[in-house]
Structure formats: structure tokens, C-alpha cells
Design a protein around this ligand. Structure first.
Ligand code: PLP
Length: 441
């Protein structure tokens, strides 16, 4: 199976996660159902946190990139593990604040933050805002002036590292809607601009090279380029950054085409990064910056699975066999967006040999509403419980009510305990904000 310790097949031949039998979970909570393994999430947060403590004297902070999966329980878990979070919208910020997350450990991103979002961030006392445009800098400075506060900021830069991943999740090329390029001088110009803003306190830089990246060297290169840039800025305008945020992006296992990295293996990524930052600090006679990383997918991706009930089966001889499930692109749009690959099991017959290749189709009115194409599976029949693995990241957070389907509920499992962290929606929820205007009555 995958690289997780708590995903196993029990004596009944059922898939088990966090000590809970998936068939029993499906019977108790219904399907589709997102299931999150609390131990895996905590283990990942701890391994990053402890590596910064051990290898970098604690001079840094792990931020959980909550865009991967945002709900109040996740901010509670992150707070209890004494890590920070990054948020990218007023909605994520609201969820973190509502969960009582310490505001000083919240970092706010976004390439087009709304004025209302910046106001909310300043009023909530968000620790650091990562500035991504000139007018954002102007707006933020004015908002701070009106409130007589100073706001800590970082600038998002593009170090120009090409990561080997899907083009839509590469973010640090010169041609990107994010950040200021190091190579063409715009990042340095932005630095000079922000330094003149009386209400903004510039601490350093942020970069994020992309997502689902396995090559250590890509992260090392980004860190090296960012440190070279810090040195160049120090030489040119005397400003020495004291903070460097390297972003997230560590890859996870979806299918056997991906590497399986155990919890400790991820420490290796961070160790390599830290070594590069230390070396460059020495080379350029810089202080070692406060180091931030922002893993999202690697904290929560493999911690999650989605359970579905198999429905209609359509065999088109010589072409394809479609196995339809009671979910689809409304709970997992990643195949439709990126042709992402997944591993699928039958949770109620997890030991059965895979005898055919099938395509797992959703129930939406779209031909592209697929979850996994040509995947091995035992002969499935109506009523089987299908488990799609590694769905913890960017599934719930990208879900929608397309076709007025329900966004599935989510549960947290640990040592045989299973609790809701997101309740099921009802038909009433779907029409809650609908208005029939007078003209139609
Ligand atoms: N930080 C930033 C700025 C991002 O844009 C993202 C993802 O897009 C992340 C962190 C998290 O990346 P990942 O989930 O791949 O670790």
C-alpha cells in the first residue's frame, strides 16, 4: 500500500485507517466520506518542527499551508503542535481565528488580496503578510497608518527555479502570476519600495517553487538563490533580511509511480535545505535567517482517504469499464484539473486480487468527471466500498456543490475513535442563500 503506518488490512479483509474499519465507517457515517488520520497529520507536523529544532537551533517555524485542507479542527491540531499556519483568503483566516489560532503565528498570502481581507488581517493582528504587488503595499501601508500599527511583511520573490511538476502547480518561474522576479531586478526594486513605507516592517522574503516536487535539489537551489539574493540586496541597499520563507511543495505518494517517503524521509528534505541556507550564510557573511517552510500536501495528503459506494457499472467491450461511485469532481476535481492519478482499493475486499482495469467515474453531468482512469481493481459490484487513497490535500478544499451535490462530511480517526470534523450538508444548506426575488413570486 502506501507509505503510511496506520493504513492496513484487518483480519476481515477490510481496509483500516487509524484503527477504524472503513466498512464500518461507511456504514456509520455514509458515503462519500473524507477520512483523516490524526496521527499521520501530527507525525508530519512534528517531524518538520523537530528538524528545525534539531538542525537549526529552533530558529524557524513550520507553517501548515492550510489551503491544502482548511477547517477548524486542522487549526486546532496545528496550534496544539505549536506550529504556525499560512492562509490565503479571508475565509481561511476567519476559520483560523474562529478556531482560536494564535494570530501572531498566521502568515497571509495571496497574489490579489482584497482590501477587505487586508483590513481583516491587520485587525486580527496577523503576524506577517506576504506582499505580492505594489498596490497591495500601498493599500496595506494606508490601512496600517489609519490604525497606527506597523505590519511585519515579507516580499514574495521568484528565484527562477524550474521544478519538475505540473505546469499549473509551478509557481516560481519568471512568468508567474506570483511574486517578483530576482533575475530581472523587480524583486530588488520592490524591496526599495517597501523599505520606504513607514508602516510596513520588512523582514525578508518568501518563495514557493511549486507543489508535488520530489527532487531535493529543487528546494536546495531555491534556498541557495534566495540567499544569494539576500546577499545582493544587502550589498546594493544595505538591507539584510532576517527571515526567509522557502514555501512548501514536498511530494507525496499517490500511486506507485511516486516515491514512498516515510515520515522521517521528509526530515531529509528539510535537512538539505537547512544545510544550504547555513552554507550560503557563511559564504556571504550573513546572519542565519529565521527559516520558515510551508508544507501543506505532505502534512495532510496521505493522511486522508475518501470512501465511496460503488453504483452503476458500465462495460463497453474492448473500450473501457466504468465503475461509477457516489462522489465525483464535486468532492475531488483533481483529475479534471490536472489528470491526477490515484490508487483505488475496494475497502470491503481489500485482499482480493486486482483482475481488471477500470475507470472510476463520478456522478456529475460531465464526461471529464473521473477520479482515476484505467486503474487495477478486483471485479467491482454495486454496494462495494471504494477507497481512494491520498485524498487529504486539495480535495475537500477544492470541493464544490456542482450539480447541487453535497460536499461530503469529514471525520478524524485515531486509535479506533472516529469523530466528525466537518458535518454533512443537507438539502436545506443547498438553498440557504438562494433568494426568490419579488419579481418571481
Ligand atoms: N505555500 C504557498 C505560497 C503555496 O502556494 C502552496 C501551494 O500552492 C503551499 C505553500 C503548499 O504547497 P504544498 O501543499 O505542495 O506543500
Amino acid at each position: 500500500m502506501n507509505s503510511r503506518e496506520t493504513l492496513k488490512i484487518n483480519e476481515k479483509g477490510h481496509l483500516e485507517i487509524g484503527g477504524c474499519d472503513c466498512v464500518e465507517l461507511a456504514a456509520k457515517f455514509g458515503t462519500p466520506l473524507y477520512v483523516f488520520d490524526e496521527k499521520y497529520i501530527r507525525d508530519m507536523m512534528r517531524v518538520y518542527r523537530d528538524t528545525i529544532a534539531k538542525e537549526y537551533g529552533g530558529n524557524g517555524l513550520v507553517l501548515y499551508a492550510s489551503k491544502a485542507f482548511s477547517c477548524m479542527a486542522m487549526y486546532k491540531i496545528a496550534a496544539s503542535e505549536h506550529i504556525g499556519v499560512d492562509v490565503v483568503s479571508g475565509g481561511e483566516l476567519y476559520t483560523a481565528v474562529k478556531a482560536g489560532f494564535p494570530a501572531d503565528k498566521i502568515y497571509m498570502h495571496g497574489n490579489n488580496k482584497l482590501k477587505s481581507e487586508l483590513e481583516f488581517a491587520v485587525e486580527a493582528g496577523v503576524g506577517t503578510i506576504i506582499v505580492d504587488s505594489y498596490d497591495e503595499a500601498d493599500m496595506l501601508d494606508e490601512l496600517c497608518a489609519a490604525r497606527s500599527v506597523k505590519q511585519k511583511v515579507l516580499i514574495r520573490i521568484n528565484p527562477g527555479v524550474e521544478a519538475h511538476t505540473h505546469a499549473f502547480v509551478q509557481t516560481a518561474r519568471t512568468d508567474s502570476k506570483f511574486g517578483f522576479s530576482v533575475s530581472d531586478g523587480t524583486a530588488e526594486k520592490m524591496t526599495a519600495y517597501i523599505l520606504k513605507k513607514p508602516n510596513l516592517e520588512l523582514h525578508g522574503y518568501h518563495c514557493h517553487i511549486g507543489s508535488q516536487i520530489f527532487e531535493k535539489q529543487s528546494f536546495v537551489l531555491a534556498a541557495q538563490k534566495a540567499m544569494d539574493f539576500i546577499a545582493a540586496v544587502k550589498n546594493d541597499c544595505g538591507f539584510e533580511a532576517d527571515t526567509l520563507n522557502i514555501g512548501g511543495g514536498f511530494g507525496i505518494w499517490y500511486t506507485d509511480e511516486d516515491a514512498k517517503i516515510d515520515v522521517k524521509g521528509y526530515a531529509g528534505y528539510l535537512e538539505a535545505l537547512i544545510a544550504a541556507v547555513k552554507e550560503k550564510a557563511e559564504e556571504h557573511s550573513l546572519k542565519q535567517p529565521f527559516l520558515l517552510i510551508e508544507p501543506g500536501r505532505s502534512i495532510v495528503g496521505e493522511a486522508g482517504i475518501t470512501l465511496y459506494t460503488v453504483g452503476a457499472i458500465k462495460d463497453i467491450p474492448g473500450i473501457k469499464k466504468y465503475v461509477a461511485i457516489d462522489g465525483g469532481m464535486f468532492d475531488n476535481p483533481r483529475y479534471a484539473l490536472y489528470q491526477s492519478k490515484y490508487t483505488v482499493l475496494l475497502a470491503n475486499r481489500a485482499n482480493d486480487a486486482c483482475t481488471e482495469k477500470v475507470t472510476i467515474a463520478g456522478k456529475c453531468c460531465e464526461s471529464g468527471d473521473l477520479i482515476a482512469v484505467d486503474v487495477p481493481l478486483p471485479a467491482a459490484k454495486r454496494g462495494d466500498i471504494a477507497a481512494v487513497l491520498s485524498t487529504g490535500a486539495y480535495n475537500y478544499s477544492m470541493a464544490s456543490n456542482y450539480n447541487r451535490n453535497f460536499i461530503p462530511p469529514a471525520i478524524l480517526v485515531n486509535e479506533g475513535r472516529a469523530e466528525y470534523i466537518i458535518k454533512p450538508q443537507t438539502y436545506e444548506d443547498l438553498v440557504r442563500n438562494d433568494v426568490v426575488p419579488e419579481s418571481l413570486k
